[in-house]
Design a protein around this ligand. Structure first.
Ligand code: COA
Length: 264
């Protein structure tokens, strides 16, 4: 798997692997190449004892605008079936990562930018943070196990986030238990890195055992739910509704689903 892209910056220091979204001009929307780089980095963590913790970071005042919609459009119009492979491989890895994952969020976290957080062990955020999953507006369905994981905050709140597509600001996200703490933007990354260092200094076998105890039962349910979601998501991706939603985004207009009646 290729992991060459400047759009994700990966560094390793004192046991902490940082994975920084580095495509600020596109609000850190995640391309296939970026998913491949992220997956390769997570895989390295499984094999390399020098990596104890992963930290996801944004840049330019955004965490991530989610999946690159040009990639989604290109995939759907290419006649390929299923979900785009790099995105699929990334979401499949998330419940399998055996080392802690921490996120430092400042600004927008959309789509997978939000659902990735549901897999993290710790999330620190600035007051400018907004979580949003506009899956339904794109004629898609929740992904990355979120249709299961988000329900930890209660069905109605999960439905509001995942199906209504409501924006959760930092305070709402903290209240819902999606983030640990809100702090000023300049303190978010230092806090995430300090927590990562603290975890990296713990006895690794005990840390892994403790994490497995806490995540074990859900991990299987999440893996199963991801496979269920993938089938539905892939079918939605091919739909005329989704194509209209993607086109409308790039044409900077509201989608018009009314003229598609009967075409799906
Ligand atoms: N895929 C591809 N390109 C994206 C993108 C995405 N998910 N999100 C943003 N971009 C691009 C825009 O097309 C724009 O490119 P341009 O400068 O070449 O026109 C650039 O990033 C900046 O985005 P813009 O929309 O101008 O910024 P904004 O501050 O007004 O809005 C967002 C930011 C994130 C709210 C808005 O871009 C958005 O809604 N993006 C789509 C999010 C989404 O639906 N993600 C998928 C979820 S499954």
């Amino acid at each position: 798997m290729s992991n060459e892209t400047d759009d994700v910056k990966i560094t390793l220091e004192n046991g902490v692997q940082c994975l920084r979204f580095n495509r600020a001009d596109k609000k850190n929307a995640i391309t296939g190449a970026m998913y491949e780089a992220l997956s390769a980095a997570l895989d390295r963590g499984e094999k390399d004892d020098a990596i104890s913790v992963h930290v996801f970071l944004g840049s330019g005042g955004s965490f991530s605008a989610g999946n690159d919609l040009k990639d989604f459009m290109a995939h759907a119009t290419s006649g390929q079936k299923g979900m785009p492979v790099p995105a699929l491989e990334f979401v499949r890895r998330l419940p399998r990562v055996s080392k802690p994952m921490i996120a430092a969020v400042d600004g927008l976290a959309v789509g997978i930018g939000t659902t990735l957080l549901l897999h993290c062990d710790l999330v620190y955020a600035s007051p400018a943070t907004t979580l949003r999953t506009p899956f339904l507006d794109l004629a898609l369905v929740p992904e990355a196990g979120s249709s299961f994981l988000a329900q930890r905050m209660g069905y109605q709140r999960a439905f509001e986030l995942l199906c209504l597509g409501a924006s959760f600001d930092a305070a709402r996200a903290e209240q819902a238990g999606l983030i640990n703490r809100i702090m000023s933007a300049d303190k978010v990354e230092p806090a995430a890195l300090a927590a990562a260092q603290a975890l990296a200094a713990k006895p690794p076998a005990a840390l892994r055992a403790a994490r497995d105890l806490m995540r074990g039962v859900d991990a299987d349910a999440v893996k199963d739910k991801i496979e269920e979601e993938v089938k539905v998501f892939a079918a939605c991706l091919e739909s005329a509704e989704a194509q209209e939603a993607f086109k409308a985004f790039f044409e900077k207009r509201r989608p018009d689903f009314t003229r598609l009646k009967g075409s799906n």
